[in-house]
Design a protein around this ligand. Structure first.
Ligand SMILES: [Zn+2]
Length: 160
């Protein structure tokens, strides 16, 4: 078991945070954005970036090549659907995607929207971590939190 401190300050002990979230044991702040048979989309509100969505598999696997044919199809279709909603509902022109396989959580992909303020951290993959840290440490205001929650609601409504 691992102890994880959530964005609301609560501490939980879970084997795998992704399992806890996708099974409904833990309710992500803002709730479930979208769910399919094999995948679960939510936002990590610890990073107050509008439209930052995390898409996690429901099955406890680590690597892309562990997806079954059916899961793979569901994955790309769901990823595309969320991407389209980010564009049409939130006006997001570009998204950076990343996932790493050597994580303590299971398979999940981050869809990180690009906003103008992020350009000061450069472009390309090396800018992603500084952007996330800046969001968490400098942009964690009530105002931003409200914007994030509104974006979650808008995505939810658009993805029904
Ligand atoms: Zn898991």
């Amino acid at each position: 078991m691992r102890k994880i401190t959530l964005s609301n300050g609560k501490t939980v002990e879970v084997e795998c945070l992704s399992c806890a979230l996708t099974s409904g044991l833990l309710e992500p702040d803002g709730g479930v954005i979208f769910e399919t048979e094999h995948f679960h989309a939510h936002q990590d509100v610890a990073y107050p970036i509008e439209g930052l969505v995390i898409l996690a598999s429901k099955r406890h696997i680590k690597c892309l090549d562990e997806l079954t044919d059916e899961e793979r199809l569901d994955y790309i279709n769901t990823l595309t659907k969320i991407r389209k909603a980010q564009r049409e509902i939130l006006g997001i022109d570009y998204v950076y995607y990343f996932y790493n396989e050597d994580t303590t959580h299971h398979f999940h992909t981050w869809l990180v929207p690009r906003y103008k303020w992020m350009n000061e951290f450069g472009k390309s993959v090396e800018s992603v971590r500084p952007v996330l840290l800046n969001a968490r440490n400098q942009r964690n205001t009530n105002e931003n939190h409200q914007k994030v929650m509104s974006a979650i609601e808008a995505l939810k409504n658009g993805l029904i």
